[in-house]
Design a protein around this ligand. Structure first.
Ligand code: F6R
Length: 360
């Protein structure tokens, strides 16, 4: 049941520290700065030249996150919408790895993309929450995120667990490919291990409810981020529209001035996500919206320069640049939740949506 919580979504947001601990259990070795993914034989990914991630919706945002992290680790990689794969897939060969990211393991669009990739000779992996799901059975390899069951239609803990496991998988692919683990692991792994505590701290101190109240009744809600902050902006907006039924859009920070700025007014709060990647540019983009009267909510650590500029602040604990976006996402999940609650929406079962989409 929901226990002390009014909705499964809020319960599942609060389960993220546990979900991540379960995901990481036995899979990282912080002492030796190594990844211990015994899910795969040594050298499984040694011949991988390029990686394609395929997924839909929230899982696509996790895939985009994982794909960017992999690129930063020096491997050619791209995230593709599974429902576009049949009309827009880049070529694959037997050195292409196709990673199907699907919480349920039953999403028809994602299964179709997986099957197409297999038919074309790619190696396939699925990152999923469901042991025994179709994706787990059909892919060459499966990596289980161990998030536990998610009842709320809006994906929350599974997004965080997917993004973390994709970050880990990416490091493993890069290590197999390059014959040695990346030097970044020495700083990344301790911060990864500290994620459950960081999320606990964030949950204990969040101002998300007050922010939701302050901007209640706005015309539209915008989310901007760059680099690893971009998929988080997209996810922030998707969650917001799904459960509040209000208009929300996520943009790459630098895109704001190429069109969307026409929509910006004092009635369109802008959530700006700072992940430590070219934050100065994102701050400038946020200020461009502020000049047009939009309130800016900075999602960033305490002491960040954006806090002085912004109209409001959602604090995230200090962490590695590879992980900051995931903490920002938790704050945005909470803002969506409280905004939807103020509007009295059926949060766990939004209209027109189903937990698992088994039609094309
Ligand atoms: C949004 C949401 C959906 C799913 C999408 C893919 O909150 O849950 O966008 O992420 O339908 O589902 P899976 O991950 O089961 O393939």
């Amino acid at each position: 049941g929901k226990g002390e919580y009014d909705h499964f979504m809020l319960k599942e947001i609060h389960e993220q520290p546990t979900a991540l601990s379960q995901a990481l259990e036995g899979r990282i070795d912080t002492q030796n700065a190594r990844i211990a993914l015994a899910d795969f034989e040594p050298g499984t990914f040694a011949d991988v030249d390029s990686v394609q991630f395929v997924a839909c919706g929230t899982s696509y945002h996790a895939a985009l996150y994982g794909s960017l992290a992999l690129k930063q680790a020096g491997i050619e990689s791209t995230a593709l919408l599974a429902n576009e794969y049949s009309v827009s897939a880049p070529p694959v060969d037997d050195d292409t790895l196709v990673v199907a990211v699907t919480q349920s393991g039953e999403t028809a669009d994602t299964l179709n993309a997986l099957r197409q990739a297999e038919a074309e000779g790619a190696m396939t992996v699925t990152v999923t929450n469901v042991v025994g799901s179709t994706a787990a059975r059909e892919a060459d390899e499966a990596l289980f995120i161990r998030a536990g069951p998610e009842i709320g239609v809006a994906a929350t803990k599974t997004f965080s667990s997917q993004a973390v496991m994709l970050t880990l998988l990416g490091q493993r692919i890069a290590a197999d490919r390059h014959g040695e683990p990346s030097a970044d692991l020495e700083t990344l792994l301790p911060d990864l291990a500290a994620m459950p505590d960081a999320i606990d701290d964030l949950l204990a101190e969040t101002d998300a409810e007050a922010i939701a109240e302050r901007y209640h009744g706005s015309r539209s809600y915008f989310f901007i981020g760059r680099g690893l902050g971009f998929p988080v902006a997209l996810e922030g907006a998707l969650k917001f529209k799904e459960i509040t039924y209000e208009h929300a859009e996520g943009f790459a920070s630098g895109e704001l001035k190429h069109g969307p700025l026409a929509l910006v007014t004092p009635d369109t709060p802008v959530f700006a996500i700072f992940t430590g990647q070219e934050d100065e540019k994102t701050l400038k983009n946020a200020e461009e919206a502020q000049t047009r009267g939009a309130p800016v909510i900075a999602v960033c650590p305490e002491g960040h320069r954006a806090v002085d500029v912004a109209d409001a602040h959602l604090e995230i604990p200090e962490t590695d640049a590879d992980l900051a976006g995931l903490l920002a996402n938790v704050q945005l999940q909470l803002v969506s939740y409280y905004a939807a609650d103020l509007l009295d929406r059926p949060i766990d079962k939004p209209r027109n949506l189903a937990k698992s989409v088994t039609v094309e």
